[in-house]
Design a protein around this ligand. Structure first.
Ligand code: PRT
Ligand code: ZN
Length: 283
C-alpha cells in the first residue's frame, strides 16, 4: 500500500485530486476526512496543509506527496522530486512600492523584506551580497509595505494582480515553482512497483494533454498533402471510403495548432471534419 499526502484544501487540492482521477485512481471524495483509501488502487490519500507535506514525506509517514516546489525548496528537507506535474505554476518574487526606482538587488541593502519564504530569500540575498532584515509573516504579505511593517515583499506571484492592487511592482523573479510529485526515497519493493505504475499512467496523461483527435473526409488526390499537414505519432490513418476517390483520414494534433491545421485541410478539400478530445495516449 502506497500513501500519498496531498493538500486538504487550497489551490493545489482540486488539481491533485483531479490528477489521481485521471490516473484511474478512484478516491471517495464524499467520505474524505484525514485519510482515505482508493477503491481500485492500493493507494491511501492523506490530506494535509501544504506546509506539512515535505516533512511528512521526508519522515516516511507518506511515501509520496504532491506539493508546490516552493514548499520543498523552502523546507530544505531530504525528499526526492520525481515529476513536475504541470499545474500550480507560480514564482516567488521580490516586489517594491511602484513609485520606487529600482537599480538592482543592491536596492534591498538595509531594507526590511516581509515574506513567508525566509530561507529562499536568504539564499538570494547572500548570493547577491545584500544585507537586509527578513520579517517572517505567514498571511497577507502583500499588505506589509502599506502597513509600514516592511519596505518590500518576497511572495508568490502568479498573475501579478495582487501586486498591482497593492501598489507594488515585481522587480526580481527569484524562484519558479509548480506542483511536483515528491517521494521519501525509502519505498519498499512493492511500493516501487506501484510508483512505477503511477508514473507509467502519468506519462500517458502528459502525452495526451492539449491533444485533439481529428478525422475528416478527403479526396484521394489530396492525401499526400494532408499527411504533410498532419504528421501524427507514426503517420495519419487513411481509410478508403465507399464513395469513389475519397478517403477518411484520422490523426492527432496539438490543440494549439488545431485551427491552423483545419484552415489548411479545408483549403485542400477536406470535408466533414470532426474533432474529438483525447483521453489517454499510450506511446
Ligand atoms: O492551508 P494551506 O497551508 O494548505 O494552504 P496555503 O494557504 O499555504 O497555500 P495555497 O493553497 O494558497 O497555495 C498552495 C500552493 O499553490 C503554493 O505553495 C504554490 O505552490 C501554489 N500557487 C500557485 C500559489 C499561487 N499560484 C498564488 N497565486 N500560491 C499562492 N498564490 C497567492 C499569492 O501569494 C498571491 O497573494 O495568490 C495570490 C494571488 O496571486 P496573483 O499574482 O495571481 O494575484
Ligand atoms: Zn500553507
Amino acid at each position: 500500500m502506497l500513501r500519498i499526502a496531498i493538500q486538504s484544501k487550497g489551490r493545489l487540492n482540486e488539481e491533485s485530486t483531479a490528477l489521481l482521477k485521471e490516473l484511474g485512481i478512484e478516491i471517495d471524495d464524499a467520505k474524505r476526512k484525514f485519510l482515505s483509501q482508493s477503491a481500485n488502487f492500493p493507494l491511501e490519500v492523506l490530506y494535509l496543509r501544504d506546509d506539512d507535506i515535505p516533512q511528512v514525506v521526508a519522515a516516511g509517514t507518506a511515501s509520496l506527496g504532491i506539493v508546490g516546489l516552493n514548499e520543498v525548496e523552502e523546507k530544505g528537507l531530504k525528499v526526492k522530486v520525481i515529476e513536475k506535474l504541470g499545474f500550480g505554476g507560480c514564482r516567488i518574487s521580490l516586489a517594491i512600492p511602484k513609485a520606487e526606482a529600482y537599480d538592482g538587488p543592491q536596492w534591498f541593502e538595509g531594507k526590511r523584506i516581509a515574506t513567508s519564504y525566509p530561507n529562499i530569500l536568504k539564499r538570494f540575498l547572500d548570493k547577491n551580497g545584500v544585507h537586509a532584515s527578513i520579517e517572517v509573516i505567514t498571511g497577507s504579505v502583500e499588505v506589509a509595505p502599506a502597513a509600514g511593517i516592511a519596505d518590500a515583499i518576497f511572495d508568490i506571484v502568479s498573475s501579478g494582480g495582487t501586486l498591482v492592487s497593492n501598489g507594488l511592482k515585481e522587480v526580481e523573479r527569484v524562484f519558479e515553482s509548480e506542483a511536483v510529485l515528491i517521494s521519501s526515497g525509502k519505498l519498499t519493493e512493492d511500493e516501487e512497483k506501484l510508483l512505477a505504475e503511477i508514473l507509467f499512467r502519468f506519462e500517458s496523461v502528459k502525452v495526451s494533454r492539449g491533444k485533439k483527435y481529428i478525422l475528416m473526409n478527403i479526396p484521394q488526390s489530396a492525401v499526400e498533402e494532408a499527411i504533410r499537414i498532419l504528421p501524427a505519432m507514426r503517420s495519419p490513418t487513411v481509410m478508403p471510403l465507399a464513395a469513389e476517390g475519397w478517403c477518411s483520414l484520422h490523426s492527432v494534433v496539438n490543440a494549439a495548432d488545431l485551427w491552423d491545421k483545419i484552415r489548411q485541410l479545408k483549403a485542400i478539400g477536406a470535408e466533414g471534419i470532426l474533432v474529438l478530445g483525447v483521453d489517454k495516449i499510450i506511446p
